[in-house]
Design a binder for this molecule. Structure first.
Ligand SMILES: *[C@@H]1O[C@H](CO)[C@@H](O)[C@H](O)[C@H]1NC(C)=O
Ligand SMILES: *[C@@H]1O[C@H](CO)[C@@H](O)[C@H](O)[C@H]1NC(C)=O
Length: 249
């Protein structure tokens, strides 16, 4: 064994060794460069690409009048905006297996992380949830081009339609205006790597958001968890000029 090793060593004259060392350093440098490029590509790809369903559901229109307990509030004054983000893995876990399989978002749950639930124009001092603006305009089913354009941030056509009619239509003229505003908020956020946070707590998630978004401040973000330590939703508040705002005042 030792003899063999010695033999191998003797085979590598000085030049041979130099070539191996050079090749090694070249390989290390190439590897580091590729890793850097890959991490950039990967980071840029996150909210902008996702699997798309081959076909949208046939029907995803929303009609609040057919929904039990759903109300209309046309008189509430919009005081601020609340962006509601949902941690897709927790949402998907909460569904029965049969329902989970019906949802594209959950069948592909490895692809979806913190998605948009909706953007809610809110009243200033609601005595109850019914005091918020709600169901202001009915609209026809949004077309597939529009749905697909925003699908990666809001991966369900019915959710998109319902949030637009329930909430968006109380402050925005068109679904396109509503979804474009949401997209701008969503893209402006640096979403921390939640999947890598083992056993995360509300406090850990809040501080990760504050760290990765220097303009964000603690009162502008609300975090809700499902016990014990499963992220459910992240809410971020903006004033009517789209600037971050305290959620409680
Ligand atoms: C889809 O809807 C958008 C927004 O309303 C509109 O601008 C676009 O022209 C529509 N596209 C088609 C193919 O109907
Ligand atoms: C997770 O957090 C809980 C509560 O802080 C703690 O009791 C538990 O030991 C932690 N589990 C792991 C695996 O770190």
């Amino acid at each position: 064994m030792e003899r063999q090793l010695l033999g191998t060593y003797e085979c590598l004259n000085h030049k041979g060794l130099q070539l191996i060392v050079d090749a090694f350093f070249t390989a290390v440098i190439c590897f580091l460069a590729l890793m850097t490029i890959w991490s950039r590509v990967n980071a840029a790809a996150i909210p902008n690409s996702c699997p798309l369903p081959p076909q949208l559901k046939a029907k995803y229109d929303f009609n609040w009048k057919l929904k039990n307990g759903e109300k209309q509030n046309l008189i509430a004054k919009v005081a601020y905006l609340k962006l509601v983000l949902s941690w897709s893995p927790t949402y998907c876990e909460s569904l029965s297996a049969a329902n989970r399989n019906k949802q594209f978002q959950c069948r592909n749950s490895d692809s979806f992380g913190l998605i948009v639930h909706g953007l809610w124009p809110q009243a200033a001092k609601p005595a109850s949830i019914d005091d918020h603006p709600r169901n202001c305009q009915d609209d026809k089913q949004l077309n597939a081009t529009l749905v697909k354009r925003f699908y990666c941030m809001m991966p369900d056509e019915y959710l998109m339609q319902a949030e637009w009619e329930k909430h968006g239509s109380c402050h925005y003229a068109t679904a396109n205006d509503y979804l474009t505003t949401i997209e701008n908020f969503y893209r402006s956020l640096n979403i921390p790597n939640i999947r890598s946070m083992k056993n995360s707590t509300q406090a850990k998630i809040r501080s990760a958001f504050l760290q990765s978004n220097p303009k964000l401040f603690s009162s502008a973000i609300q975090i809700s968890m499902n016990p014990p330590n499963r992220l459910k939703e992240v809410k971020i508040c903006y004033d009517l000029k789209n600037q971050l705002k305290n959620c409680n005042s």
